[in-house]
Design a protein around this ligand. Structure first.
Ligand code: NAD
Length: 282
């Protein structure tokens, strides 16, 4: 049961990647508090689907097409938000993810891999374009929306930015060097920006979800038949609470970070991970 955070009522909240699984759930939870939620996504139909589901439940939401990597697109989205709801009070930088081209096939490199004719990607085969895609989507895709939406927060009360980090920012996960590096950059940027914005009334924090089954990791964690892969099994065995996260596990922490109860909290990265980051494996 999530309590009411009355201060969130009528706040304008922008959530990038809001058409996705985790951020769609966050958008619904914020709207249930009475916030006006602008759902930005590369895929307009996904953003609109979340907005429609919110409106069906009596909430206030709008779906807006936006690319977090293009300033022009973000400025257009910003104008739509201002015209519809007014200036953004809270920005959630949710768009992000990994890409197969930034991923090695195997956990460890073996000497024989270099002469093998196998259909797999070693570290030496990683495509710089794939690495750049992942860095840009996660890091630049957080920085640019913050430049666009946080400017209007300067000097106003109750404003904040929430970034989305990951377990791999604390300790890199095998096979995904680009995504791990990019999310480490998000945690680092969260701390940097919290200091930079500390005199102008904008708090900056991040949540670091553990393992949640969504489209971006489904093929790494489950087979086509829906069974757990070796990696999926390893994750469950390393998660003290013994399960993947459910999207509904996120809003409690998110709402608190957005609320007045967190008025003296800035520059933190909070794991929501069933204990994964606390467990050494022994
Ligand atoms: P998702 O793929 O369901 O959602 C991501 C959304 O971002 C999609 O709707 C997609 O269309 C949108 N998007 C992609 N590129 C975009 C762009 N250039 N501009 C605007 N929107 C764009 O993924 P999710 O699992 O819900 O992930 C949400 C966030 O949580 C991501 O930042 C992800 O890295 C992070 N995260 C996820 C997990 C997990 O276990 N799923 C764990 C830790 C962190």
């Amino acid at each position: 049961m999530i309590p009411k955070f009355t201060e969130l009522k009528d706040k304008t909240i922008v959530i990038t990647g809001g058409g996705g699984i985790l951020c769609g759930e966050m958008a619904r939870a914020l709207a249930a508090q009475g916030a006006k939620v602008a759902i930005l996504d590369l895929k307009l139909e996904n953003a609109e689907a979340v907005a429609v589901s919110i409106k069906k439940d009596g909430g206030n939401a709008i779906g807006i097409e936006a690319n977090v990597l293009e300033m022009e697109s973000l400025h257009a989205a910003h104008q739509t938000v201002i015209d519809t709801y007014g200036y953004c009070d809270i920005l959630i930088n949710g768009a992000g993810g990994n890409h197969p081209k930034g991923t090695t096939s195997k956990t460890h490199l073996e000497v024989e891999d270099l002469s093998a004719d196998g259909d797999f990607t070693t570290f030496f085969d990683l495509d710089p374009a794939g690495i750049k895609f992942v860095f840009d989507l996660n890091f630049i895709g957080t920085l640019l929306p913050t430049q666009v939406f946080a400017k209007g927060m300067v000097g106003r009360e109750g404003c904040s930015v929430i970034n989305i980090s990951s377990m791999n920012a604390f300790t890199p996960l095998t096979k995904i060097p680009a995504y791990s590096g990019a999310k480490a950059a998000i945690s680092n940027f969260t701390q940097w920006l919290s200091v930079h914005f500390s005199k102008v009334g904008i708090r900056v924090n991040a949540i670091a979800p553990g393992f949640f089954l969504t489209d971006q990791n489904r093929s790494l964690l489950t087979t086509a038949e829906g069974q757990l892969t070796d990696r999926g099994n390893t994750i469950i065995s390393q998660t003290p609470m013994g399960r993947f996260g459910n999207p509904e596990d996120l809003p409690g922490t998110l709402l608190w970070l957005c609320s007045d109860g967190a008025a003296f909290v800035t520059g933190v990265v909070i794991p929501i991970d069933g204990g994964f980051s606390a467990f050494s494996g022994v």
